[in-house]
Design a protein around this ligand. Structure first.
Ligand code: NIG
Ligand code: FE
Length: 390
């Protein structure tokens, strides 16, 4: 099967801008750019802006229920930890998720993935972490595997040590993770990455290090939720163990940024989180000056219900001082780096998967500029039209 996406007014290939061009996709892979070859099917881009599918490298898409009732508390000025104490937060979602069947989790996840896909996301990372016991964490990861088989999107599963179950000690749960959960996840190959919420009141630096090292022993590469609410040394540890990415970094200072940059750790920024929590944004400009590779992600979770990477690009530009092209690179090729998929996706280059978005706007500058509407008109995944506005 050969497809020609013709009449592209402006193309962002994951790196730079090319004008008036076309893309030839053969058997699901990019064959050439700018060569108008014969094809079985021609898709007319109508002179509009075309780009690679968005990569969303940090989400918590598998959970049951929602937490819309927290919004009024947030508006009243309650903080994330106050909301947790009031019965909301992660532990509320844990209760719901433990109660739900695997089928129910799959169903809810599929709905969320449809929303993501129709807004242009073609590759998504999904973390466990609302089980906080062996049985439920495994159920979540199995649900991710099932969804991975069913959806057209590429799904990258991560085991996440997310919080301390109520009534238990951090040290004791860390032991259970290390001696029981990670070995099972590893042997059954249920996750590619291991992640930990390294934060005051969650896992401390040493517990986080032990979890990530154990994960690595079982073939899962380390990722970390670092410096979100406080700066307790997570970034330094992430650099020491060569984590693939350090995510959030709202509180990261000069020292943390330099250490991460020195170790080649990708900084995954999640601007929708400070947006919903009404806190300050990470210093992306400084990170860029220091030479950090910046990726963007939604952080989709019941506290931050956003499936749309276009909105993340908008926040990155308006709130973190990123330039439109930088933000688009961060949401495509750099996001692919954050999940070690940059050899396969994240840019439109010969040999990579034919994951392409046709938009209804004239240039890349509209993606951060035009807010509150879906600018994605067609989504092509591995050469197949998987979403069309009309
Ligand atoms: O990445 N920081 C920790 N975990 C999530 C939020 C999870 C939740 O509130 O349910 C995050 O922001
Ligand atoms: Fe997260």
């Amino acid at each position: 099967m050969e497809i020609l996406i013709d009449n592209i007014g402006e193309l962002f290939d994951g790196h730079r801008i090319i004008r008036d061009t076309c893309i030839h996709i053969k058997e699901g892979r990019i064959e050439s750019i700018g060569v108008r070859e014969r094809a079985d099917e021609v898709i007319d881009a109508e002179g509009k802006f075309v780009m690679p599918g968005f990569i969303d490298p940090h989400t918590h898409t598998v959970f049951a229920g929602s937490r819309e009732f927290e919004l009024e508390w947030k508006i009243e000025g309650k903080s994330y930890s106050e909301i947790a104490e009031m019965g909301g937060g992660i532990l509320y979602t844990v209760k719901e998720t433990r109660r739900a069947s695997k089928e129910e989790l799959v169903k809810q996840m599929e709905e969320r993935l449809r929303e993501m896909l129709s807004h242009g996301t073609t590759t998504v990372e999904i973390k466990s972490g609302y089980g906080l016991d062996r049985e439920t964490e495994i159920k979540m990861l199995e649900a991710i595997q099932e969804v991975k088989r069913k959806t057209k999107m590429d799904v990258v599963p991560t085991f996440l040590a997310h919080a301390i179950p109520s009534g238990r000690e951090a040290e004791e749960y860390t032991e259970e993770i290390i001696s029981e959960i990670i070995p099972e996840v590893g042997k059954r190959k249920l996750a590619e990455f291991c992640d930990v919420f390294c934060e005051k009141g969650y896992f401390d630096v040493e517990q986080s290090r032990r979890i990530l090292m154990k994960g690595r022993e079982y073939g899962m590469l380390p990722k970390i939720h670092a410096d979100e609410f406080s700066c307790i040394g997570c970034s330094r540890m992430a650099a020491e163990i060569n984590a693939v990415s350090a995510d959030h970094l709202l509180m990261a200072g000069e020292e943390e940024m330099k250490t991460l940059a020195g170790a080649g750790v990708v900084a995954t920024l999640l601007p929708a989180t400070p947006f919903v929590l009404n806190t300050s944004y990470p210093d992306a400009r400084r990170m860029k000056e220091i030479g950090l590779t910046i990726a963007l992600a939604t952080d989709f979770n019941p506290n931050c219900y956003v499936a749309n990477m276009q909105f993340i690009v908008q926040l990155a530009c308006y709130k973190m001082g990123m330039m439109p092209l930088e933000a688009l690179r961060a949401a495509t090729i750099n996001a692919a780096k954050a999940i070690k998929r940059d050899g396969e996706v994240g840019s439109i280059e010969r040999g990579k998967k034919g994951d392409v978005l046709i938009t209804n706007v004239a240039s890349h500058k509209f993606i951060p500029y035009k807010i509150g509407v879906n600018m994605v008109r067609k989504v092509i995944k591995e050469g197949e039209l998987v979403y069309s506005e009309d």
